[in-house]
Ligand binder design. Sequence first.
Ligand SMILES: [Zn+2]
Length: 318
Amino acid sequence: MGVDLGGTWVRVVLSDRRGRFVKRAKERIDTSNPEAISRQIEKVVLFLCHRLGIEVAVLGGVGIASAGPLIQERGVLINPTNMPFEQVSLTKPISEELKIPAYLINDCAGAALGEKTFGAAKGLDNYVYVTIGTGIGGGAIVNGTLLLGKDGNAHEIGHLTIDYSGRLTCGCGKKGHWEAYCSGKNIPNFVRMRFEELDKNVVEGSLLFEKTEGDMSKLTAACLFDAARNRDGLSLQLVEEIGVLNAIGFANVINLYDPSLITVGGSVTLKNKKAIFSPIRVHVKDYAVNRLPEIRVTPLGKDAGLCGAVAAVIKYLS
Ligand SMILES: [Zn+2]
């Protein structure tokens, strides 16, 4: 059973060992108290088993892919960004209640493992998964080993510093991080910052400004990419600027891990493939010192996290 614990939804899937999904369920995540989340996962797992007429005991385990920070060995989330709790214990209550093993993995490390187990990185020893969605994250396999680190957070690439002048502050509280400029949640901050720097007439004459009706709080990443698709000059320029910053981020990843393939997922990427990939392809060579890898969209699409959760169970079973 694979569980993708997102900011809003908990998605659960029953999969076979080859990563073929048999049955899915999705619920709005219950954050009423720190124990509610593990209870909700147990409930959905039991529901899916019941629907399929199988016993929980036949499952190999429950894999949970979640955004960090987390302590993988203890199966707990620590100060999770989307929940108002210091700690959320997951694997212990779930394995005690269901009497099968439960594993926790960072969602992006999981996605890397999922890509290696079921997707485009099969057979590759050096591979990186990058997600550009609400946030920016990654997972790296180097010399065939999934990098985890002391707590399971060895790949917080969204918090690589790409702007030493630190013009924008990241959700983590630190300045100049990649995610602060280029993630779906923070692209509006980047655009607002550039609006203040750019010529007022250019800004106010743009389709992007028109779309927000001059109310900067209405600005979203989707507004920007839509306006760029409609050939709005200012929006095209800003998408290109974000693309250069993404190219710096990707070059850092290439210089760090020396992969032969990078696959890219996340909602911002999946909805705006050309706008995201074109500037990276042009500019990454300006910053990368290592031989360039193939960079392409993940074939796992929106299911990268779920595939990772399932792959985590399979990894620990073998
Ligand atoms: Zn950060």
